[in-house]
Structure formats: C-alpha cells, structure tokens
Design a protein around this ligand. Structure first.
Ligand code: ADP
Ligand code: MG
Length: 408
C-alpha cells in the first residue's frame, strides 16, 4: 500500500483528497461529526506538509444535480472548526468557483469542493459515463489521496477513476480501517463473535454467509432478527419481516449447525403497538409475540445473555443496532451491547463497531470512541470487506491487489 510518505515532497503541490464527510444532518445542523473528525488527521498532515489541499466528498444522494439540501457548506464550516484553520468552500465541484478557489489556494491551505454527487458523472455506472467528470476532477490537482473509507466499495469517479489519472496514495484513515479489518479476516483471536442487527437482513446476507466460515458466534438482534425467528417457525406479529429471505436464513441456520457456529437469538422482545416513541410497549417471550404488535428491541433477558456471550470474546465485530434506538424506550438493547463491547475492550479484546447508525448509536448513548477498539467510518465498505468482496477503491490503489490476495 503506497502511503502519503511515498509521494515525496508535497510543498506547493495540489493534492486532491477524497474524504468521507457524509454526516447526518438535521436541516443544516450536523448531528454526528464523527466522519469529519476521522478525516481531519490526513487533511492536517497534508496541510502541514505544505500541500495545497483540495478536499472532495459527497453528502446524501442528490440525483446528479445541485440541490441546496445536500450542500456541503455546513460541513466546510465544521471542518474548519475541527481543523482549527480556515477552510475555503467552492460553490461547485469542477466549475468556475472550484477552479478559482484552487488557483487562490496557498501552500498549506485547505479547500472543500461542493458535493461530488451534484455531477451525474460521479456515480455513473459505466467507465465512459464517469470519464469526463473524473478528468475534470483530476485536472484540478497534481496528486490524489484516497481517504474516504466509507466509499471504497464504490466504483465512482472520485474513488476509482481519478486514481487511474493521477499519482496517488492511500490516506491514513483508509490505511487504519483496512489494517483493523484485516485483523478480523486473517486469524482473529478467539472466541470471535459477530453481533448483527439493524433494519434489513437482505443488506447483510452476504456477510452472514462469509462469517459462518470465520466467526465462532453470531449474535442477532435488531429488525433483522424477526426473519430469523420466522425461519424457526415463530410468529413475529407486525415486526419487520423479509418473507422472501426466510429460506436463505433457514439455510444459514443449518450451515451454522453443521459448521459448529453458535447462533445466539433473543429470548425476549420489547413489543409496541406502533412505531413511535410514545407507543404502549412491554416485554414478551420470543414465542409469544402478539399478532398485532411489533418488536422494536431485544428484551432485558436477551441483553443479559448477549452480554454474557460477549464477555469471554477476544474479537468482536458489531454492525447494526439491536432495536429502534432512536426512540428512548427501544434503546436499552443497543446500550447493553455497547456496554458489553466496552467491557471486553477494557479486558483486552479487539472490538470493532461498523455502520453509520451503529456508530451514531454508541455516541448518542453516551459512549466515547475510546470505549471501543475501532469505530469504522464505513458501514457498507466494512461489511463488503468482511464478505471477502474486492473493493474497487482499494484495488485501484497500487499494491493493494497484492495486499489483499491472502484475504478470504
Ligand atoms: P448500520 O447503519 O449501523 O449498518 P442499519 O442501517 O442496518 O445499521 O440499521 C439501523 C436502523 O435499524 C436504525 O435506524 C434502527 O432504528 C433500525 N432498527 C433496529 N431494530 C429495529 C426493529 N426491531 N424494528 C425496526 N427498525 C429497527
Ligand atoms: Mg444505516
């Protein structure tokens, strides 16, 4: 993996950095600046080397044209605060505003371009569709640094194509993320448990299949657990259920049994009569979910069992909240898992939290980043890495193809 140090003297050089600044916003208020804070060390390092730093990033999913709701302007402001230095903001990505701002950039100065996805070429599905935009981006800079871990699984102009057009290096954040994930795929210390939750089982089926070959325990909660419960023949009422995934899940349960992977499911569920914070709710046994109610969290006995199943682990990967944690009455299961991870971290285990909502959950519930071994900035990217998929944004960087060759 070629790192920034391999790029030589960067003083006065224009360095295009792809960062992941896709933060959750409430209007123009950033509700979790974790990705900004995670991106700052690389940006600061480049600025201190005297580079002219041109940061590019996306926000949300605008449809290939400018949309004020998805402007990175609030992010530029916050980036400047975290960096402790002024950040210029360009009102377009590769247009007149960007070009003028690049021209005015001093050595050590930092510029953020407007949302990459305001341009249809960023996410176009074909190489030709992305080529012109990639060339325009590349023309702004002398070298490229890939530091947006949350997007390395995307074959997009600013992630993939631009790396083919400029001398490039892997940024410190991507390097750190890959190093941690590698420890989960190559010879993890055992017992190794994976905790999966979140909304949709279909998002995570690929990783479940792969983990059955590496993990010792698979602990399941969140909305996806109801597809597991249905696969075991239980009634799940109005809970989230992906009926078309039941057969696949049945297959996984059988494979787990033959391969000796322990699957841990909840024994009790917090059920509510609606998806709202003030819905009437109580705890029922997992085989007694009423037909007219929905499960929104794992119950207290399940939290206790899950925590116990984690307590002797040497390696834990967690993706997906245990319940609808955004609503206080349904946050207890997620909080219990976060606490159990914090406890084993202190006992010396390697713990990794992956996923945008999972990362937001642990911070919202009052945990510090230092309570865990690593909080990944990339949910989809970390899952695809664990699935053993090739990540285009990594393979395009020199040397990474060989680095990954030994992975599952
Ligand atoms: P991540 O972003 O960490 O990968 P996901 O996006 O898969 O996680 O899932 C997060 C969402 O899952 C949260 O918004 C949470 O409210 C929802 N969720 C968790 N449990 C349930 C449940 N039992 N019913 C409905 N939604 C749930
Ligand atoms: Mg999510």
């Amino acid at each position: 993996m070629k790192t920034i140090g391999d790029l030589g003297d960067l003083r006065g050089k224009r360095v295009l950095v792809r960062s992941d600044l896709n933060v959750p916003l409430d209007g123009t208020t950033i509700t979790d600046d974790g990705r900004i804070r995670a991106s700052v060390p690389t940006i600061r390092m480049l600025a201190e080397m005297g580079a002219r730093v041109i940061v590019c990033a996306h926000l949300g999913r605008p449809k290939g044209e400018p949309h004020p709701k998805y402007s990175l302007a609030p992010v530029a402001k916050r980036l400047g605060e975290v960096l402790g230095a002024p950040v210029t903001f360009a009102e377009d990505t590769v247009g007149p505003s960007a070009k003028a701002a690049v021209e005015h950039l001093d050595d050590g100065g930092v510029l953020l371009l407007e949302n990459l996805r305001f341009n249809p070429g960023e996410t176009a599905k074909t190489d030709e569709g992305r080529a012109e935009f990639a060339r325009a981006l590349a023309s702004l800079a002398d070298v490229f640094v890939s530091d947006g871990f949350g997007v390395v699984h995307r074959e997009q102009a600013s992630v993939y194509d631009v790396a083919k057009l400029l001398p490039h290096a892997t940024g410190g954040l991507v390097e750190a993320e890959v190093n941690v994930l590698r420890r989960l795929t190559r010879d993890p210390q055992r017992p190794y448990a994976v905790v999966l939750g979140g909304a949709k089982v279909s998002d995570k089926l690929g990783v479940i299949g792969n983990l059955l070959g590496t993990a010792d325990r698979l602990i399941v909660g969140g909305g996806m657990v109801f597809t597991f419960l249905a696969a075991k023949g239980l009634e799940v009422g109005k809970s989230l259920l992906e009926a078309d995934q039941i057969d696949t899940v049945k297959g996984y349960l059988e494979r787990a049994a033959t391969e000796g992977v322990e699957i841990v499911l909840p024994v009790d569920i917090v059920v509510a009569d609606g998806f709202s914070a003030d819905a009437a709710h109580d705890v029922v046994a997992v085989d007694a979910i009423p037909a007219d109610r929905m499960g929104l969290d794992i119950g207290p006995e399940s939290s206790r069992i899950f925590a116990e199943k984690l307590s002797d682990c040497r390696t834990v990967f967690w993706n997906g909240p245990m319940g609808a944690f955004e609503m206080a009455p349904f946050a207890a299961g997620t909080k219990a898992i976060a606490q159990a991870l914090a406890d084993v971290t202190r006992a010396g285990a390697l713990t990794v939290v992956g996923g945008g909502d999972s990362a937001a959950a642990v911070r919202q519930l009052g945990f510090a980043d230092s309570d865990f071994g690593h909080i990944s900035t990339g949910g989809g990217a970390s899952l695809e890495y664990l699935e053993g998929k090739e990540l285009p944004g990594l393979t395009v960087l020199d040397g990474d193809a060989e680095d990954r060759a030994g992975d599952a």
